[in-house]
Design a protein around this ligand. Structure first.
Ligand code: SF4
Length: 266
């Protein structure tokens, strides 16, 4: 007994202060990219051609990077001698629509909260059923991390549950393989309305590196309506947590600083 109390005293409080304080992320962390199309020579398409998931496009307005397809592999930055694309340490990247995930310059907008009845119902208590729809388990690992004492997801009233009938929504990972399509649809149908769906990771948003394959349905939105997209491969737990808290309007007025206010480019 005394040993346990002593070890608790020695260990202290391990849960991060986020969102009251900004997260501490290492300089090598690859977060929200910034794009400066003015650096691009007119006929250069090296970053477009180097991207393994066709996340980058170039038109008369310059470069556009789809965070929903990006694997954060940095092949584009490595291929660009002009430094037109850089990755920052900004972890906040979640968005309510696919369109909002396309970056041209600056940072994408802060995630929009649920409104009306949905917000009233879920703001202080959100139960999610996780569906692994054919992914590699990388995203699941980072979702699991949210349950540890470091992040302590339960302090926000958010909890993973075993049955869709006990859930308020689904958290989907993986590109939705043909084998998992029916399971995802049945699990969605088993959640009582009103319900939400959260797509976590490039695979669940767009199919990721598997997009276009005959056995893959290119993300959760092809089967069920998605309310929140959280990019990454896999997303950092802080990116997932920011998306969830933003959706539930739990970040507060003092945390509305524009994205990129404190970031390091690499
Ligand atoms: S970091 Fe993203 S945009 Fe750049 S090459 Fe890799 S997948 Fe494409």
């Amino acid at each position: 007994m005394w040993k346990i109390l002593l070890s608790r005293l020695t260990q202290g409080h391990r849960t991060v202060a986020y969102p009251d304080e900004p997260p501490s992320l290492p300089p090598r962390f690859r977060g929200h990219p910034t794009i400066d199309s003015t650096r691009c020579p007119e006929d250069c398409r090296q970053c477009v051609d180097s991207c393994p998931t066709d996340a980058i496009t170039k038109d008369e307005r310059g470069l556009a990077l789809d965070l929903g397809r990006c694997l954060f592999c940095t092949d584009c930055t490595d291929s660009c001698p002009e430094g037109a694309i850089r990755f920052t340490t900004e972890h906040r990247m979640a968005a309510r629509t696919r369109h909002d995930l396309v970056v041209r310059s600056g940072m994408i907008d802060r995630v929009r909260a649920l409104d009306g009845k949905m917000l009233r119902l879920f703001r202080r208590s959100l139960k999610l059923r996780q569906v692994s729809a054919g992914g590699c388990n990388g995203c699941e690992a980072d979702v699991n991390v949210l349950g540890t004492i470091v992040f302590d997801l339960g302090r926000f009233g958010i909890q993973m549950v075993a049955s869709p009938r006990h859930a308020d929504g689904l958290l989907v990972t993986g590109p939705v393989t043909e084998n998992m399509k029916l399971a995802l649809k049945k699990t969605y149908d088993a959640v009582p309305p009103p319900k939400i769906v959260i797509a976590v990771g490039a695979c669940a948003i767009s199919g990721g590196p598997h997009a276009g394959h005959d056995e893959v349905h290119d993300g959760a939105a092809s089967v069920v309506p998605v309310d929140l997209f959280i990019p990454g491969c896999p997303p950092h737990p802080f990116t997932i947590l920011d998306g969830l808290l933003g959706l539930l309007d739990r970040l507060g007025p003092d945390r509305t600083a524009p994205r990129g206010a404190q970031l390091t480019e690499r």
